[in-house]
Design a protein around this ligand. Sequence first.
Ligand code: SF4
Length: 449
Amino acid sequence: MPTFPPVSEEVLRRYDVPAPRYTSYPTVPAWTEAVGPAALAAALHRASQTPAAPLSTYVHIPFCRERCTFCGCNVVVTRSRDKADRYIETLTREMDTVARHLGDRRSLSQIHWGGGTPTFLDERQIETLWTAITDRFRVLPNAEVAIEIDPVVTSRSQLEVLRQLGFNRISVGVQDLDPVVQKAIDRVQSVEETRAALDHARALGFKGINFDLIYGLPHQTPKTWQRTLEQVLEMRPDRLAVYSFAFVPEVRPNQKRLAVAGIPRAYEKLELFRLAWEALTGAGYQQIGMDHFAVPEDELAQAQSKRALGRNFQGYTVQAATEVVAFGASAISDIGGIYAQSPHGLPRYEEAVNRGELAVERGIQLTADDLQRRAIISQLMCNFWVDLRGVPGYERELSRLAGPELEGLARVRGREIELTPLGRIFVRNVATVFDAYLERQEQSFSRTV
Ligand code: SF4
């Protein structure tokens, strides 16, 4: 049975520090309003010059019926179907504007609907949105078409419609199955509901089924968490994301309603991750990337074994598309050498789109140095390894990794860096070594554990 690397209190003190998750590089605090509609238009024009290259697309559906207290997403709490109809019309208008700039570059190898709660949309709305996409873009035959679902609000017939349309991947929000924890985070979802969603998705032929779990939630104890893990492993999803709970009430005011006293910290939190790591690797799952696990037959695990795993805003992927075109409020495109994020608030997003503009609030134009550092950080985050032979420079970074400051996290052989089992847990700390912006940023990131 694999063993979790020992982490002393001293090591934890040293490495459990705020650090970015590196879903983007440069990270969001470095983005500015200098990137607006004109910058995105130029980037889309650059992207249009390679019409055969497939794209990945993200569609943000911000609606939720209720606001869970732990949530860190951009959501709009509503029960109004009309609001969703209006939003789909706006998305369609946005797709028209973006597609015009993209010219003939219209093939999609990856589609992801995230939220919010994408299955807030009813069957008719799901079909309408899907048709809006497929009228403007070509979905490639082997495309990965994924959606995030909340089992409590997702009906059997919604799953059936999604599958018929061509969705083939599903990510199920679970977080924790303990009733006390669920009550504390205002997200009550029975084991039976979770199992029924999984069984039905499997019967319909969805692959790469993922469960999202969160450790560090209020009232989670080693005992309750172990029980959650056992129940999850009985269901054996193909993939598991085990996220550290980011308690940032100053950024997410809804988290102010959480019982602070019950929130596990530092060593208690690491202990919860250790339990998950041991339960999952003991059950045959492979740790892929920072906080994800997959059964060995899953394509993500196989790609990682060949050091070929990739990552974008949608998560880990084996798809070749590196450029992302995103639609919806707060959605982030990563295309033509820029990151561009649309306005967070629904009214501002809708106004921009309805004026016929490209909806962009902020972003960053990546320099050659940014692109290279991003590639290095991505290798580390995905494959726990990077080879800098043939890449000039980075002497300071290599010596920092080999030095006492980050002792025990990486093995540096010449210009090749391989993370140790301890370094895999603190991969964000290793990645910060290659972050050229961090020293200038005062922004608060979540802690690494
Ligand atoms: S956790 Fe999910 S369902 Fe709850 S408010 Fe956030 S996005 Fe909505």
